[in-house]
Ligand binder design. Structure first.
Ligand code: LMR
Length: 405
C-alpha cells in the first residue's frame, strides 16, 4: 500500500493550514540577485565585506589557522554546551577589554553567530522577566524585532534616526525611554549601526548609561561590527564605559564580519551579573535554553579564532587585514560623499551601512532599471562599491536624491 492510497482524515493535515511566509527583505534580496541574469549588477545588499575586486576573500589569518586546526585536530567529538572556553576567554579580551574579561561578574558562552547570541539573550530575558519589554530604535537591524519576539517578548520602538536629514533623534529617543519600566530591556548597537551607520557621541552614551542605571533598564548591546568603524578598541570604548556604570547587561558579539567567518556561524554572548554567582546562574540558563535549540554550538569557527588569538603573529596578521578592510570602507564613504554632495554625512558615519533617503519605489526602480541591489528600506552596503562601479552608482542615484525620493 502506498501513502497516496491511504485516506487520512482531513483534520490531521497540519500543514495545509499554515500561513504563507514571505522571505524577509534581506533573504528576498539574495534570491532576486541570484536570479537576475544581467551582468554589471551592483550588489549593495547583504552585509558582507567586498574588496576592491568585488571578492569576499577568506582572511589570510583564517586560512593559516584553518590549516593548523586541520593538522592538529584529532577528533570531532563534542566540545561543550558552552562552546570552546578558551575561545570565549580570548574573545572576551577583544570585546570587553582585559579588565572586564578578568572580572568574574562577566560570564560568556559561544553561540551560532551573533544571531544565536541575540536569540539566546532573548530566551534568558524571557526566563528572568517574562513581562520585560524590549526597546529598539527605529530603524534597527531587520532581524532584531523577530529575534526578540520569537522568545515571546514584547518589542517597543523608540525614535533613533531621521532618514531624510540623516540625523540621530537623541532627545526624542530619551524622552520616549523615560516611559520605560524597570526591568525593560534597551537594545543598543555598540558601533557601526545597522542599518544607519550613525552613532551616539560619548556624552550621549553617558546619558544612556545613566538612564539605564536610574530607571533599572537592562542594556542588551549588539557588537556585530567591531573593528569596522574606527578600530577594535575604539569601536568598543563607548560600550565598555556603559558596562562600568550598569549593574547588569547582556553583550552579543559576532565573528561573521571582523573575522569574515559568515557561514561558519560564530558568535558569543556575555552576561554581566551583579555578582559571579548570578552571572554563572544566568549562563546555566542560557546553556539550558541553547540545549533545546541547537544543543551545542558548531566548533570550526571557534577553533579557528582561538588559534588566531593564541598566536601573536596570526593576531597581528588578522588585525592588519581588518585595518585594511576598515580603511577601504572609510575611503568608499569619503568617495561617495564626494561624488554625491547630498550624502556628505556618509563620510561622518561608520561601518558597512548607509540608510539612503530613498523611497521603497526608488529602491525598486534602481534595481529594475540599473541592477542596483539594496535593501527595500534604502540600506546600502558601502563595501559593495568599488572605484569601477561607484561613478555609475552615483549617477543612477542622483535623480532620486534631487527629487527627494
Ligand atoms: C546584514 O544585516 O546584512 C547581515 O547581518 C546579514 C543578515 O543576516 O541580515
Amino acid at each position: 500500500m502506498t501513502a497516496d492510497s491511504l485516506t487520512f482524515p482531513t483534520q490531521t493535515r497540519l500543514f495545509d493550514g499554515l500561513d504563507d511566509q514571505p522571505l524577509d527583505a534581506m533573504l528576498l534580496l539574495l534570491r532576486q540577485l541570484r536570479d537576475d541574469p544581467r551582468t554589471g549588477k551592483i550588489d549593495l545588499g547583504i552585509g558582507v565585506y567586498g574588496d576592491e575586486a568585488g571578492r569576499t576573500p577568506v582572511m589570510q589569518a583564517v586560512r593559516q589557522a584553518e590549516r593548523i586546526v586541520a593538522e592538529a585536530q584529532t577528533t570531532k567529538a563534542y566540545v561543550a554546551a558552552e562552546g570552546d572556553a578558551r575561545f570565549i576567554a580570548l574573545l572576551a579580551s577583544i570585546v570587553l577589554g582585559a579588565a572586564r574579561a578578568a572580572d568574574d561578574r562577566y560570564c560568556g558562552l559561544q553561540t551560532p553567530g551573533g544571531t544565536g547570541a541575540l536569540r539566546l539573550a532573548a530566551e534568558l530575558i524571557a526566563r528572568a522577566n517574562p513581562d520585560a519589554r524590549v526597546w529598539v530604535g527605529t530603524p534597527t537591524w531587520i532581524n532584531h524585532q523577530a529575534l526578540m519576539r520569537s522568545a515571546g517578548l514584547q518589542v517597543l520602538e523608540h525614535p533613533f534616526f531621521d532618514q531624510s536629514t540623516q540625523t540621530v533623534l537623541f532627545d526624542a529617543m530619551i524622552s520616549t525611554l523615560e516611559t520605560a519600566r524597570p526591568g525593560d530591556v534597551l537594545l543598543l548597537h555598540a558601533c557601526c549601526h545597522n542599518p544607519t551607520g550613525a552613532g551616539f557621541t560619548s556624552d550621549q552614551w553617558r546619558t544612556i548609561a545613566d538612564l539605564c542605571a536610574r530607571k533599572g533598564l537592562l542594556p542588551l548591546i549588539d557588537i556585530a561590527y567591531q573593528g569596522l568603524g574606527h578600530g577594535l578598541e575604539e569601536d568598543a570604548a563607548a560600550m565598555r564605559a556603559l558596562l562600568d556604570i550598569v549593574p547588569e547587561a547582556l553583550i552579543t558579539a559576532s565573528c561573521s564580519k571582523n573575522f569574515g567567518l559568515y557561514r561558519e556561524r560564530l558568535g558569543a554572548l556575555w552576561i554581566k551579573g551583579s555578582n559571579a554567582q548570578a552571572a554563572l546562574r544566568a549562563r546555566a540558563n542560557c546553556v539550558k535554553a541553547g540545549r533545546s535549540m541547537w544543543s551545542m554550538p558548531p566548533d570550526h569557527g571557534a577553533s579557528v579564532v582561538r588559534t588566531i588569538l593564541e598566536s601573536a603573529d596570526l593576531t597581528a596578521n588578522w588585525q592588519a587585514e581588518l585595518a585594511t578592510m576598515r580603511a577601504r570602507i572609510n575611503s568608499v564613504r569619503t568617495e561617495l560623499a564626494r561624488a554625491v554632495p547630498q550624502l556628505a554625512s556618509v563620510a561622518q558615519q561608520t561601518g558597512m551601512f548607509v540608510l539612503l533617503p530613498l523611497s521603497r519605489e526608488a529602491v525598486a526602480e534602481l534595481r529594475v532599471k540599473h541592477g542596483v541591489y539594496m535593501v527595500e528600506n534604502g540600506r546600502m552596503n558601502v563595501a559593495g562599491l568599488r572605484s569601477e562601479n561607484l561613478p555609475r552608482f552615483a549617477a543612477a542615484l542622483e535623480p532620486y536624491l534631487s527629487k527627494g525620493e
